[in-house]
Ligand binder design. Structure first.
Ligand SMILES: Cc1cc2nc3c(=O)[nH]c(=O)nc-3n(C[C@H](O)[C@H](O)[C@H](O)COP(=O)(O)O)c2cc1C
Length: 209
């Protein structure tokens, strides 16, 4: 089994990564592979809605790892999208990265029916609004959303602060445990022959005044 993280921070070893590492320890102890996609500090292009991906299955921007992430997502069993909070919202770069990943991913094929969790990191506030925004990706892609014993957040201005937020780090560990349980339940269901939902073909109803 494998869990893929997307780290929306420019700091490769910042506070967001400290929270990710706390989850990775739990996954590792249970023999679950992890991979962290670092969105990093380079500019990430926003989705242009050029719709080329509708024909080719790939985003036209090929230099920032979005297409590779979507490809790798096929072999993943769960996802964690983790972001620092900027002015009470997720980082712009994680939005740009995920917008293009999901828009180009052919009906969310590589993501659907796999658990997802959003994690927000901030010095002090704006996490619930950030979680709310990231959870939207799971909602549209038929991804069951994983919860923990508190909302998935860790407080800290820098990575050194993260371990001091004991409840936050505990929330990360419990979140990882809940994801493991969900992934194992889905795997057991698959083995037992539980069919996937018979999803209706999507209507596209555009509202025109
Ligand atoms: C542009 C910007 C806006 C920020 N806005 C907030 C905020 O609204 N609330 C907050 O508590 N912290 C805010 N912060 C602080 C970061 O969320 C905090 O330092 C976080 O630990 C950074 O995580 P990282 O090291 O993984 O990048 C902001 C930081 C930046 C750079």
């Amino acid at each position: 089994m494998k869990v893929m993280f997307v780290n929306g921070s420019s700091h490769l070893r910042g506070t967001t990564m400290a929270a990710i590492e706390e989850m990775e320890k739990v996954f590792g102890a249970e023999g679950i592979e992890t991979e962290v996609i670092q969105v990093g500090g380079k500019p990430i292009a926003d989705c242009l809605q050029c719709n080329v991906c509708g024909k080719t299955g790939k985003c036209v921007f090929t230099d920032d790892g979005v297409n590779e992430f979507v490809e790798k997502a096929k072999d993943a069993d769960g996802f964690v999208f983790a972001t620092p909070v900027y002015f009470a919202h997720p980082s712009g770069r994680i939005f740009d990265f995920l917008d293009r990943a999901f828009y180009s991913s052919n009906g969310y094929e590589n993501f659907k029916f796999k658990p997802g969790a959003a994690v927000a990191i901030a010095r002090r506030g704006g996490m619930t609004a950030s979680l709310d925004a990231l959870n939207k990706y799971f909602g549209i892609a038929q991804m069951p959303t994983a919860g923990s014993t508190y909302w998935n957040m860790v407080h800290g201005l820098t990575a050194e602060d993260a371990p001091k937020d004991e409840e936050g780090m505990q929330t990360m560990r419990n979140l990882a445990k809940n994801m493991i349980w969900m992934m194992r339940c889905f795997e057991a269901g698959k083995k037992a022959g539980v069919p996937y939902p018979d999803t209706e073909k999507q209507f596209c109803t555009n509202f025109i005044r």
